[in-house]
Write a protein that binds this ligand. Structure first.
Ligand SMILES: [Zn+2]
Length: 268
């Protein structure tokens, strides 16, 4: 789970003029109140209350909600989708799937006026996006990849590993002694559970370890050194960082005094 660079608010404000031009429901008199709502969303770190949202008249809400459908394919507003996805490769939630879809941090059918605000549209993989929809994970229980600042300097994501018959099972969780902010801690934990990230990542572990450790099977000492080197490499890498599941898993295995070729035989 990691943060993405937040889009510029000015870009969302500029979009409104274009959206209004191509909308039957929106008109220029609606724009100041929508701009104020955008401003509020940004000032309140990625959320507005229901009352604040419902201050926007229904016609304007409808125009923005309908406008979102024109961000797909060759739609008139497809530039918004393209801009947001431009520099994002992997999904910021699972870091497994490609970030091919956009997730509405505040639900588009309830908060229609935020349907097209760039800061409310988070690139995400199809699996995480649909899992969130199916499980009904509300924004109050979900990490906002643009606004919820996850610490990079300390490892707040931890893993519990169990070994059984050459296979390993990894259960990732939030270390509450590191992620001490109660809101951030709750959101991170519920995001892991609600998106079933342990299941998604669990499917990747075997091939990841196989490709990482394939040359470490000569001795337990060589295996240990390989794990230590790989863990350090991942943790120092700006892309992976300390809280990528690969870094967390490798550092756990590297520090496990009982690690052996036998325990990891399936991956070597
Ligand atoms: Zn994902």
């Amino acid at each position: 789970m990691w943060n993405l660079n937040k889009p510029k608010l000015q870009n969302s404000l500029d979009d409104l003029t274009e959206i209004e031009k191509h909308s039957r429901s929106l008109n220029t008199t609606h724009l100041p109140s929508i701009q104020a709502l955008y401003d509020l969303y940004n000032r309140q770190n990625g959320s507005v209350s229901e009352a604040q949202h419902n201050g926007i008249c229904t016609d304007a809400q409808k125009g923005l909600r309908t406008g979102y459908d024109k961000t797909t394919g060759k739609g008139i507003h497809s530039n918004i989708r393209a801009d947001l996805k431009k520099d994002v490769d992997k999904c910021p939630m699972c870091s497994v799937g490609n970030a091919d879809t956009l997730d509405h941090y505040m639900e588009k059918d309830k908060y229609k006026a935020l349907s097209m605000m760039r800061q409310n549209l988070v690139p995400m993989c199809y699996h995480c996006n649909t899992t969130r929809n199916h499980t009904g994970l509300q924004h109050t229980d979900f990490i906002h990849a643009y606004y919820d600042n996850l610490p990079k300097d300390r490892q707040w994501l931890k893993v519990k590993v169990t070994y059984a018959a050459g296979a390993i099972y990894a259960q990732f969780y939030v270390d509450s002694t590191i992620l001490t902010d109660p809101t951030l801690r709750r959101k991170a934990s519920r995001t892991i559970d609600g998106l079933e990230l342990n299941r998604t990542i669990g499917k990747e572990i075997q091939s990841f370890l196989k490709s990482t450790l394939s040359c470490g099977k000569q001795s337990n000492l060589l295996l240990k050194i390989t794990l230590q080197n790989e863990a350090r490499k991942h943790m120092e890498d700006p892309y992976f960082g300390k809280n990528h599941w690969k870094s967390v898993l490798l550092s756990y295995l590297a520090e496990d005094p009982t690690i052996s070729i036998d325990k990891l035989s399936l991956y070597l």
